[in-house]
Design a binder for this molecule. Structure first.
Ligand code: GDP
Ligand code: MG
Length: 295
């Protein structure tokens, strides 16, 4: 069955190795309080990817008061993935929001630093534990107007050190047309302010990347809805929000784009998010630190 080189056998080996090592994937959620960050974290853990690994501690959502990381190990077909979500307290809630991104930048840098310290010791671990933030979901409030100066400032700074995936929060408060218009406006704003969110155009390696990524870029920011409730719909349990007019099913692509976000993060682009974190963001951190060379 093997060809000349036996590529398939090589792929098999890589797969077996990857299965043994498993995956670590770290997502951070950021945005003003009340935009549904903690709820979306729950939705992510409760949604189909890992309904079995759901734990009861995830039932209630207290107001988030400090940066907090929660991990779940998700196992599928013998492959283990440690999914960690870092929930952050309301950001930019003060009257004076100057430097409100500092704790977030600090956290991200600290994880790079930890990794770097492990890398430069003489006797390196065979596998360095990876707590680096692979993706930062930024919640844009559903105003329907345009990005606020705070959104611009935050994403501008953070996009230089981490993969940013912006989302339109609480999309159920907008009509479908409003969502679409708002999305277009945000895309225009991002371009006008020179903010490069994931997937970054300048990192496309070839036409194939560009074609695939363009498909994502035209849908970004995803208009998401979160929930911590399950409801019966046609005899099936679905995650949804009950309203006077019916149930908004968060995993139903006709209702909102939560599923697109989940698939992008956990299915289709997980490895790419990790690669960009390692080869681009961490690499610039590393270069900066080593050239300061006071390690
Ligand atoms: P956080 O401060 O950003 O963590 O926001 P929370 O997750 O604590 O949610 C704040 C409030 O908004 C809660 O009452 C949630 O039930 C509600 N909420 C969360 N997500 C959504 C959503 O997608 N749509 C609507 N309409 N409300 C939501
Ligand atoms: Mg919260």
């Amino acid at each position: 069955p093997f060809g000349y080189v036996g590529i398939e056998a090589v792929l098999d080996q890589m797969k077996r190795k990857a299965m043994k090592i498993g995956f670590e994937f770290n997502i951070m959620v950021v945005g003003q309080s009340g935009l549904g960050k903690s709820t979306l974290v729950n939705t992510l853990f409760k949604s189909k990817i890992c309904r079995r690994s759901m734990s009861p501690e995830y039932e209630k959502i207290p107001k988030t008061v400090e940066l907090r990381a929660v991990s779940h190990v998700i196992e599928e077909k013998g492959l283990k993935m440690r999914l960690t979500v870092i929930d952050t307290p309301g950001f930019g809630d003060q009257i004076n929001n100057q430097n409100c991104w500092d704790p977030i930048i600090k956290y991200i840098a600290e994880q790079y630093e930890k990794y770097l310290r492990e890398e430069i010791v003489i006797k390196r671990k065979r596998r360095i534990p990876d707590s680096r933030v692979h993706c930062c979901i930024y919640f844009v409030p559903p105003t329907g107007h345009w990005l606020r100066p705070l959104d611009v400032e935050f994403m501008k700074r953070l996009s230089k050190i981490v993969n940013i995936v912006p989302v339109i929060a609480k999309a159920d408060t907008m009509t479908l047309e409003e969502r679409e218009e708002f999305k277009q406006q945000i895309q225009k704003d991002l371009q006008a302010y020179g903010i490069s969110v994931y997937p970054q155009r300048e990192l496309d390696e070839d036409m194939e990347d560009t074609v695939l990524n363009d498909r994502i870029r035209e849908k970004i920011p995803f208009a998401v809805v979160g929930t911590d409730q399950e409801h019966q719909v046609n005899g099936k349990k679905v995650l949804g929000r009950k309203t006077n007019w019916g149930i908004i099913e968060v995993e139903n692509m006709a209702h909102c784009e939560f599923a697109n976000l989940r698939d992008l993060l956990i299915r289709t682009n997980l490895q790419d998010l990790k690669d960009i974190t390692h080869y681009i963001h961490y690499e610039s951190y590393r270069i900066r630190r080593l050239s300061e060379s006071n390690l």
